[in-house]
Design a binder for this molecule. Structure first.
Ligand SMILES: [Zn+2]
Length: 152
């Protein structure tokens, strides 16, 4: 997915590195710029035959089902289960975008391999709208390969 050019890229970069929106920032200890991170990750997604929109849709479906479990495991299908933990408060998109995202974290598990992956509601939005999976070392960095392997 092509990212729209942001008029104030430097400001975005600073905000992503700071702890103003999330503890530890969105880039972790990744030394790459945000464009480079997005390019590498969307490239990985493409090479695995997926799209960021398709991935975000699947993340959303899984998290909506998980929400009904109120903190307990919910069976999604024959090989997946998921659980959502909600916290007080909201997160905003750093790009920025209007709207707030609940502080909810979904854990998905493939029941055949036991492998799990977790993501927040904000992750879903950032994958979908910005092709952004966060920087290496950040709390909610998601490796696209792992996400695709666990999710589908
Ligand atoms: Zn956004």
């Amino acid at each position: 997915m092509a990212m729209k050019e942001t008029p104030d890229k430097e400001h975005l970069e600073q905000l992503l590195r700071s702890s103003r929106l999330v503890a530890g920032g969105f880039l972790g200890d990744d030394t790459r710029g945000v464009d480079e991170i997005v390019e590498a990750d969307t490239g990985a997604v493409f090479s695995l035959g997926r799209t960021t929109v398709e991935i975000a849709e699947r993340m959303r479906v899984v998290s909506e089902q998980a929400r009904r479990g109120l903190g307990t495991w919910v069976r999604i299908d024959a090989t997946h289960r998921a659980m959502m933990q909600e916290a007080r408060g909201e997160l905003v998109c750093p790009w920025p975008h209007p709207g707030y995202f609940h502080k909810a974290v979904t854990t998905v598990q493939r029941t055949d391999t036991g492998e799990t992956v977790e993501f927040s509601d904000l992750n879903i939005h950032m994958v979908e709208a910005h092709g952004f999976f966060e920087g290496r070392g950040s709390r909610f960095r998601i490796e696209p390969e792992r996400l695709i392997r666990v999710l589908f």
